[in-house]
Write a protein that binds this ligand. Structure first.
Ligand code: HEC
Ligand code: HEC
Length: 375
C-alpha cells in the first residue's frame, strides 16, 4: 500500500516536471546568447516564377519556397570559388554562361586540372527535370544535386564542413543567409541552406525565347521559318503525310523542353554485350543490366553554345551528331526501337535538320544579367 502511494507520488512529480519543462520550451535563446544576426531585418520577398506559355509546371519543394533574397544568394554561391578546396573552381567554372552553362570541353576540369569522365550538362530549364538530375538521373532534386560537386574529388575536392566554416566567417554571407532564410546566428549556416539557395537560383534559369518558341509557342506572326528550317521541322517531328523521312527525334527530344525525363540507349556505343559499355550510365544507378549504356535525353535547346555533345563530349560538331543518327547507329539489345533502322538522310536533308536545330537558339540566356557573374 505504502509502496503504491509512493509510486503514484513520484509519477505525479515526474508529470509535473514534464509540464514544467514543456512550459520552458518557448525560450530557446537565453538573452545572453543573442544571435549575431538578429538585428538584421528579415523580410523575404516571395518570387513569382514566370512559367513560359506551353511549358509544364515546375515542382518547387514545399520546404524551399523561392524568394528574391534566396535567388540572389544562390547566384553569388553559384559563382563563388570559395566552395572549392583551393578557391579555384566555382559551379560556373564548368557551367559558363557564354557556353550555355556548359564548359565547351569533352570532360570538365576540376581543382588542379583534375578531370572527370563526363561532359558538363547545360544548366538551363533544369527546374523542369523530373527524372533525376545528371546524365544518369542519380540526384532526385536540384538541392541533392548541388550537394555533390563540393565533395567530388575531381571537381571541388572540398568538404562541407570547410565550406560551412568559410561562409560563417565571411564578411558578407551571414547577412545574406539571414535575409534569405531568417537564421539568427552565423552558426546556423549549413550545407542545407547553401544548396537551397543554389537550387532557387537554378529554377530561375529558364530559356524559352528561341525562333521556334516565338513562332510556335507565342504565335508571333512576324517570325517566318525558311523552307529548309521547315523541312527539318517536318523530319524532326515525323510529320504525318510528309514525303520526307521520319527522323524520330521528337520521341526523345519533344517540345517544349526538347529533352525527356527518361533514359535511353541512343546507339552511339559499339558493344558486344550489355556489360561492355565503358560508362554504364543509368544501369549504375538502377542496378539493372538492361539500363546499361542509357542516359537521360538532354535538351536540344541552345546547342550552338554547348558543344561538344553527348555524355562524354565525343562529338565536336552537330554535323557529326546528325551523321551519327543518320548512318552509324550501333545495335544493342536495349537500343531504343525508334532508332532501330538507319535513316540514310541525304546531305541536304541533314542540312535541313541542322537548320531546324538552330531555330532552338535563345541568345538572350547567355546575355541575361540575372544569370551573370555578380562579383
Ligand atoms: C568540375 C566541373 C563541374 C563543377 C565544378 C560543377 N559541375 Fe555541375 N556538372 C558537371 C558535370 C560533368 C555534370 C554531369 C555529371 C554526371 O552526369 O555525372 C554536371 C551536371 C550538373 C547538373 C545536372 C543538370 C541536368 O540536366 O541534369 C547540374 C544542375 C549542375 N551540374 C549544377 C552544378 C552546381 C550547382 C555546381 C556547384 C555547386 C556544379 N554543377 C559544379 C561539371 C561540374
Ligand atoms: C531513343 C531516344 C532518342 C532519339 C530518337 C533521339 N535522341 Fe538524341 N539523344 C538521346 C540521348 C539518350 C542522348 C544522350 C546520349 C549520351 O549522351 O550518351 C541524346 C543526345 C543528343 C544530342 C547531344 C546533346 C548534348 O547536349 O550533348 C543531340 C544534338 C541529339 N541527341 C539530337 C538528336 C536528333 C537530331 C535526333 C533525331 C535525328 C535525336 N537526337 C534522336 C536520345 C534520343
Amino acid at each position: 500500500m505504502m509502496k503504491q502511494k509512493l509510486f503514484l507520488f513520484s509519477g505525479a512529480l515526474s508529470l509535473l516536471f514534464i509540464v514544467f519543462a514543456a512550459s520552458c520550451k518557448p525560450e530557446p535563446q537565453p538573452p545572453d546568447v543573442k544571435g549575431d544576426l538578429e538585428d538584421i531585418p528579415y523580410d523575404p520577398q516571395p518570387y513569382e516564377l514566370q512559367i513560359p506559355q506551353g511549358f509544364p509546371p515546375m515542382d518547387i519543394p514545399a520546404d524551399n519556397p523561392m524568394t528574391v533574397e534566396g535567388i540572389e544568394l544562390g547566384r553569388f554561391l553559384f559563382y563563388d570559388s570559395l566552395l572549392s578546396l583551393d578557391y579555384t573552381v566555382s559551379c560556373a567554372s564548368c557551367h559558363l554562361q557564354a557556353g550555355g552553362f556548359t564548359d565547351n570541353k569533352p570532360v570538365s576540369n576540376g581543382v588542379m586540372g583534375l578531370q572527370g569522365t563526363r561532359s558538363a550538362m547545360a544548366v538551363m530549364n533544369v527546374g523542369f527535370v523530373t527524372a533525376g538530375l545528371f546524365w544518369d538521373g542519380r540526384a532526385a532534386t536540384l538541392e541533392d544535386q548541388a550537394l555533390q560537386p563540393v565533395e567530388n574529388p575531381v571537381e571541388m575536392a572540398n568538404t562541407w564542413e570547410v565550406v560551412e566554416e568559410r561562409l560563417r566567417q565571411h564578411p558578407d554571407y551571414p547577412a545574406m543567409f539571414r535575409k534569405a532564410f531568417g537564421i539568427s546566428d552565423s552558426k546556423e549556416i549549413t550545407r542545407d541552406l547553401v544548396v537551397k539557395a543554389i537550387a532557387q537560383f537554378e529554377r530561375t534559369m529558364i530559356t524559352a525565347n528561341s525562333k521556334f518558341d516565338r513562332k510556335f509557342l507565342y504565335n508571333d506572326p512576324t517570325v517566318e521559318f525558311t523552307d529548309s528550317e521547315y523541312r527539318g521541322f517536318e523530319m524532326f517531328f515525323d510529320f504525318p503525310g510528309s514525303a520526307l523521312p521520319d527522323a524520330q527525334c521528337f520521341h526523345c527530344h519533344n517540345a517544349p523542353l526538347f529533352g525527356n525525363n527518361d533514359f535511353f540507349n541512343n546507339g552511339i556505343e559499339e558493344v558486344s554485350t550489355l556489360n561492355d559499355f565503358p560508362d554504364l550510365g543509368r544501369g549504375e544507378v538502377s542496378g539493372k543490366t538492361f539500363d546499361n549504356g542509357k542516359f537521360r535525353a538532354p535538351t536540344l535547346r541552345n546547342l550552338v553554345f554547348t558543344a561538344p555533345y553527348m555524355h562524354d563530349g565525343r562529338f565536336a560538331t552537330l554535323e557529326e551528331v546528325i551523321d551519327q543518327y543518320s548512318d552509324h547507329i550501333h545495335f544493342a539489345d536495349n537500343l531504343d526501337e525508334n532508332l532501330s533502322y538507319p535513316l540514310n538522310l541525304s546531305e541536304s536533308q541533314k542540312q535541313d535538320l541542322l537548320n531546324f536545330l538552330y531555330t532552338l537558339t535563345d541568345s538572350s540566356i547567355i546575355l541575361d544579367e540575372r544569370f551573370s557573374n555578380p562579383f
